[in-house]
Write a protein that binds this ligand. Structure first.
Ligand code: FES
Length: 183
C-alpha cells in the first residue's frame, strides 16, 4: 500500500528521511538540477505518484523552478500525479506489438476492466496504460507490470488471464519469463 499522498499547509509532503535521501544524491551529480530524476524516483517509490505539492518541495530542495521538475516528469511520462492502483500494467502499442494486435489487446483490457487507458479500476487494484516499446518484442503483443512481470503474446484469452493474475496484487519476486502466454 502506498503512503498517504496528501499534505496540509502545515505538513509537508516529504518527510525528513525522504528529503535526506534526495540530498544524499546531490554530491554524486555535477549540479542539483541533475538530481531531479533520482528525486522523482524516490518520491514515486514512496507514494506511488508525485503529487503537485511534492513536486514543489523537490524543486525547493534542488533550488530549481517547479516547472523544471514538471518538465522532467512529463518528459518521461512514468510519474503519475495521482495515486495509482496496487499494480500498474502497460500494454505495448509500438510497431511489433501493433502489428500483432497490441492496440486491440489494449482495447480489450480497457473494456474488461471498465477503464480507459491511464485509468485505475474503481477497486484500486489495477492501473492500465499503454506504452511504447517495452523491450520485450519477442512476446508481442506484450505487456509489463510494474513489479516486473512480463505478459505475452497477448490474445483476448491471455489478456483475460493476465487481468485475473494482476487482480491478485503485486508479487515480490517476478519471474523473468512470461507468466502468461508462451512459456
Ligand atoms: S514493440 Fe512492443 S515490446 Fe517492443
Amino acid at each position: 500500500m502506498a503512503a498517504d499522498a496528501t499534505a496540509t499547509n502545515s505538513t509537508p509532503y516529504l518527510s525528513e528521511p525522504i528529503r535526506e535521501k534526495i540530498r544524499a544524491f546531490i554530491p554524486r551529480y555535477p549540479n542539483k538540477r541533475a538530481v531531479t530524476l533520482p528525486a522523482l524516483h524516490i518520491v514515486h517509490e514512496h507514494f506511488r505518484c508525485v503529487p503537485f505539492g511534492a513536486m514543489k518541495e523537490i524543486a525547493e530542495i534542488l533550488e530549481i523552478a517547479p516547472a523544471e521538475v514538471h518538465d522532467t516528469m512529463s518528459f518521461y511520462g512514468f510519474f503519475p500525479q495521482a495515486p495509482i492502483g496496487d499494480v500498474r500494467v502497460w500494454i505495448c502499442r509500438s510497431i511489433s506489438c501493433m502489428l500483432t494486435g497490441g492496440e486491440e489487446m489494449l482495447a480489450h483490457a480497457c473494456k474488461k476492466l471498465g477503464v480507459t487507458s491511464g485509468q485505475t479500476t474503481p477497486d484500486g487494484k489495477i492501473t492500465l496504460e499503454f506504452a511504447e516499446c517495452l523491450g520485450i518484442c519477442d512476446f508481442a503483443p506484450a505487456a509489463l507490470s510494474d513489479d516486473g512481470r512480463i505478459f505475452g503474446p497477448l490474445t483476448p484469452a491471455t489478456t483475460d488471464d493476465m487481468i485475473e493474475v494482476l487482480k491478485q496484487g503485486p508479487v515480490a519476486d517476478s519471474p523473468i519469463t512470461p507468466v502468461i502466454g508462451r512459456q
